[in-house]
Design a protein around this ligand. Structure first.
Ligand code: NOJ
Length: 554
């Protein structure tokens, strides 16, 4: 078992070093720049930084094509800078998790170069080959419309190699014991440099049986336990946050019945249904997703999120539900991607409507799990649809109204900041919002602080309450004799909602609003009647002052 469950009540903030802050003026963000912004992140209230890949890479998939697992890409700094960075985080009580991209390497990795050019190479079997053309080379492509196949003929090896993603990302044969040992070594290396965990890329593919003869998708779940055991032996607090967009009926396979496999996974079910509910106001599918993903081992935790660096993947919704989300948030074909997703940032999807942005973030912060925030969302950054594929949402952080949003002093950075219009750095930036007490940034900081004071959400059990309206979601969390209750109105109109808190202890008829003075007293029938403004939300503690006394008992 892990000896510290820190990830249960964390606030994770994800960023790319290359687009955060450029300190040396070469146009690319770097560790020196990031270190200058650690106080900003600490002030925002985040507790954990998740770094996207920063290792040497040809950069053909935003760094998810690594050519050296034991180094820092020189454009971001050096290993020395990395060690300084984890030290500086530690000084501030911030933890660091990093991407672990081991399903595949870059085709420029020395292992693959050796494997493809030399039949006697010890790396030959580290990859997945076929002498003959496999029967279904187009099956299982991840990026339809851009990626053509999952097998490509290599003229050097004169064989076919398997690649779940793009052809420049050959899959490692993760079942090969030498590859397995190397994966552990990679984890051990970064642990020595101070990381507290790994966001494991593409977990279902990492653990899949691979090869031309394999039929269907066969997962080797025991691998997850082996990773976990190794981490525990090395350092009892290190976690793996799995990227696994899987159906709820396999959640326990990934977590392990007793929580002995992945300590954390992203909750893609909740994510997709959250967007459906934001689009339509219908809370039924969201409640269904909440209940379907409710069972999990006591030590396991969900990572809950709104947007990430990829497309908003709606592939698990019904076709009708997906169309409803497209119609609301991505009506133009150019806003959609791979036939299943949306390549926009949150703020433009919600037309920059502050009420809806608050609703979305308030919901995300109060869903069961640990919130994962994407850099720039705290100021409502936009996207640049002129950039290809998923690059649209990967523009530089907007710090100020200075040229390039204060991101770099370079006159022509390779990835320009968004300029002009409603989301340009001239209007949307940290400096402006810092000075404005009513800004989205200051709102976000305040709700993050409040969320951290609500461990009930992270640790407790929840119940979706019956309310008098389908467009209002009310969740109550109970933990150690203490309860909080969060209500969200997805409708565009003011509404009156009635519900019973489900708590019947002394004083429990009172709900204390933790964000304003607007408290609620249950009526004679024991029910609360709350008037919610359009897209309004409330965070309550159940039981007024009594709560303090009860907490003192624990
Ligand atoms: C998932 C990552 O989130 C995505 O950005 C990447 O393209 C694929 N895995 C391949 O590594």
């Amino acid at each position: 078992m892990l000896n510290d469950l820190w990830y249960k009540n964390a606030i994770i903030y994800c960023l790319s070093v290359g687009t955060f802050l450029d300190a040396n003026g070469d146009g690319v963000g770097d560790f020196q720049g990031l270190m200058r912004r650690l106080d900003y992140l600490q002030g925002l209230g985040v507790t954990t930084i998740w770094l996207m890949p920063f290792q040497p890479s040809p950069g053909r998939d935003n760094g998810y094509d690594i050519s050296d697992y034991y180094n820092v890409d020189p454009k971001y700094g050096t290993l020395g800078d990395f060690a300084e960075f984890t030290h500086a985080c530690g000084e501030r009580g911030l933890r660091v998790i990093i991407d672990l991209v081991v399903n595949h390497t870059s085709d420029e990795h020395p292992w693959f170069k050796s494997a493809r050019s030399d039949p006697g190479s010890k790396y030959r079997d580290w990859y997945v080959w076929s002498d003959r053309k496999p029967s279904k080379v187009d099956d299982g492509v991840v990026f339809p419309g851009v990626q053509k196949s999952t097998w490509t003929f290599d003229k050097h090896a004169r064989r076919w190699y398997f690649h779940r993603f793009y052809e420049f990302q050959p899959d490692l044969d993760t079942a090969n014991p030498y590859v397995h040992a190397e994966l552990l070594k990679i984890m051990g290396f970064w642990i020595q440099l101070g990381v507290s965990g790994f966001r494991m890329d593409a977990v279902p593919f990492v653990i899949a049986a691979k090869g031309a003869k394999v039929r269907g998708h066969v997962e080797q779940y025991t691998m997850l336990r082996a990773f976990r055991e190794f981490l525990q032996w090395r350092e009892g607090n290190v976690i793996v946050l799995g990227e696994a967009n899987v159906l709820p009926d396999t959640d326990f396979e990934y977590f392990g019945d007793a929580g002995e496999r992945l300590p954390m996974m992203f909750n893609f079910q909740l994510n997709q249904n959250t967007f459906y509910t934001l689009a339509t106001g219908d809370t039924k599918p969201l409640k269904k997703a909440l209940l379907a993903t409710k069972p999990r081992p006591a030590t396991a935790q969900w990572g809950v999120f709104l947007r990430n660096h990829d497309e908003l993947d709606l592939g698990r919704l019904t076709p009708e539900a997906r169309e409803a989300v497209f119609a609301a948030f991505a009506p133009e074909p150019d806003m959609q991607l791979y036939g299943r997703g949306i390549r926009r940032r949150l703020a433009p999807m919600l037309s920059g409507d502050r009420r809806r942005l608050e609703l979305a973030y308030s919901l995300m912060l109060t869903l069961p799990g640990t919130p994962v925030i994407r850099y720039g969302d705290e100021i409502g950054m936009g996207d640049d649809l002129r950039r290809p594929e998923r690059e649209s949402t990967r523009t530089p952080m907007q710090w100020s109204a200075e040229p390039h949003g204060g991101f770099t002093k370079h006159p022509k950075p390779p990835v320009p900041a968004i300029s002009g219009g409603a989301y340009g750095f001239q209007r949307v930036n940290v400096a402006n919002q810092r000075r404005d007490p009513d800004s989205f940034l200051n709102w976000t900081e305040r709700v993050i602080r409040m969320r951290r004071e609500m461990p009930e959400i992270s640790w407790g059990d929840f119940e979706a309450l019956r309310t008098s309206r389908n467009d209002v979601l009310a969740l109550r969390y109970d933990w150690r004799n203490s309860s909080v209750l969060c209500v969200h109105n997805f409708g565009a109109k003011t509404c009156t909602v009635k519900f019973h808190s489900g708590c019947n202890g002394p004083g429990d008829e009172r709900l204390i609003n933790v964000l304003s003075d607007d408290h609620s007293q249950a009526g004679g029938d024991g029910r609360h009647t709350v008037v919610l403004e359009p897209y309004g939300y409330r965070w309550y503690r159940v039981g007024g002052l009594d709560y303090l006394l009860r907490r003192a008992e624990i």
